[in-house]
Each structure stands twice: as C-alpha cells, then as structure tokens.
Design a protein around this ligand. Sequence first.
Ligand code: CP
Length: 337
Amino acid sequence: MPEHTFANASAPGRTLTDLEGPGLKQWQQRSHLLDTDDLTLEELNTLLEAARICSSLISKQEPPLSLLNYSTVANLFYENSTRTRSSFELAARRLGATVLNLDIASSSVAKGETIADTAKTLLAMGVNAIVQRHSASGSAAQVAEIIGNSLKIINAGDGWHAHPTQALLDYFTISQISPKIKGLKIAIIGDITHSRVARSNIRLLSKLGAVIDVAGPPTLLPSELSAMGVKVHDRLEPAIEGADFVMTLRLQLERQQDGLIPSLSEYRKLYRLDSTKMALAAPQAYVMHPGPINRDLEISHELANDQKRSLVSTQVANGVAVRMAILYLLLSGKGKN
Ligand code: CP
C-alpha cells in the first residue's frame, strides 16, 4: 500500500449497525443508485462513515459479517470489468450476501433476451440487487424504470454516461487525505468524451465545492462540459497547475472513431502525465487513475508506481470498502420503508 496518512479514520469500535440518522434513512428508502447527481449531502456523509467502518474491518481482516445473510446480489456485466465486478463480489460476500455472477456469454442474452427481461427473471428468483454494466448510456435507468422498486439497480457503468460507484470511491479516497472538498483544485485529464468516470466525478465533486479543471485533446472534450461548471483546457499544463489531485483517464482505444487523435505517439507526447508535468501541481498533489491503465500512454509507468504520489492502489482497495458500504446502505433496510 502507498505511504499516505489518512486523516479520517472511523471512531474505534463503530460498526455498521451503529449508523443512524437521516442519511441512513434516505439510503434505505432509495430505489436505485444510477448516478451521483441525486445523492444528498446526508447520504454522502453516511456513505463516508460506512466506508470508513468497512475499510477498518477489511484492514483488520475481520471474518465476513452476517448483515446481508438474506440478500442476493447479481452481477450483470455486459461489458468487461476487473475492479468493479470483483470488488462488488468481495463486498457482498463480506456482508454475508449470496452472490450470483451471470456469465453473459453463456446466458439467454445470447439468444436475444433483453436486459429488462433478464432483470425480471432475476427478480422472480429472489435477487435483491442487480449490479449492472452495459455499453448503452441510460441502460441502468431504463431497467430501473421497468423494474420499479422491486429490486435495487446499481449502475456499474452505462456507456459514456455514469459510473457512480467509481466516483464515490474516488470521493472517499480524496476525503481520506483532504476531508474538506470545498475549494480543492481537481484536474481531470485525458479522454473525457468517452469517460463515464469523468462525468460522475464532475457531477459529484463540483456539487461538493471542488474547483474542477478538465483538459484533453479538443476532439475528446465534449461540448456539455461548459454547462457542467468546469474550466476546460486543450493543454494539460494550465489544468494541472496548482492542482491538489490530478485524475488521469484511460484513453478508451475501443471507443475511438477514426481521426479523433492524430496518433498514439502524439497523444503520449502532449497528454501523458509524468513526474515533470506533475511538478506544476501543488507540492503535495496526488495522482489518481480509475484503471485499467494504458501504461506509458496516459500516465508514465514511473508515476503510476510512485508510492508517494499515486493513489491507484488505494482507489482499488477503497473500491471494496465503498461498495460494501453501498450494498449495506441500500439493502439493510429491506422492508423498512
Ligand atoms: N474502473 C473500473 O471501472 O475498472 P473495471 O473496468 O476493471 O471495472
């Protein structure tokens, strides 16, 4: 693990069942988690507290809890994933839930079954939450609308639109170092157009008062950015200057259309984050990346591995704690609405 000092450890001895207050109630009454924009400040504070407790349980290697013994969580991933899928499975198991990993390639999806019919089938089997990733923007909301309140849809990434649990684990990671988000300068750089991570982070962190600068090639900067209240740059340097956190994104090679970038070597030259460019940031600045990384394309190998500056492994570790917190908060109030 990197050598960072985390400021906001949970009060010793606190457990998930000690959580109370309006934030907990709002989570328990929430139908789905589709993006970060409709989360209240109470819900965010409760999530941080729950994630701190889960992080502490994980670091102490406590045995699995039995808090969600009667819940079943289905992982429904129509797109590839390592971090999100594995961490949801680990998180659910740590809470005592049953986990169903649907293998899309060998499921009835291959015979043409729709996402909504697959969700209804899982509901009929008693599944309580579906963690869904799909390449179509809006697909999670679409299934949530059809399925209603009968089970929780957790958006694990829909097209270019949203990846709320990644943004929440990024928020948790930032808050461990800088508990006050208001006034932080956060640079988000790279392939913004294709990034659901960037969109969910911008919606969340700007609501919390962070100053967000975005940079990337003009062809990978979507027009909606100016309406999102961020500063937009086509060069990295002004975005990084004085930043407290620099979040670099994967160049989504599988989603590129012809001509969006002149060449990979040109992209590397202008937009690869390395220690020289990081020297423009605040002296104690950290670098983040949601993964998976194209090493030496959007971030230098050396910076990605820099134990003092890189939060990449911390983000991955926090993914389990935050997803554990999310599952607990969404499912622990089953039947208490
Ligand atoms: N950051 C992220 O979503 O990674 P995976 O695609 O591996 O889940």
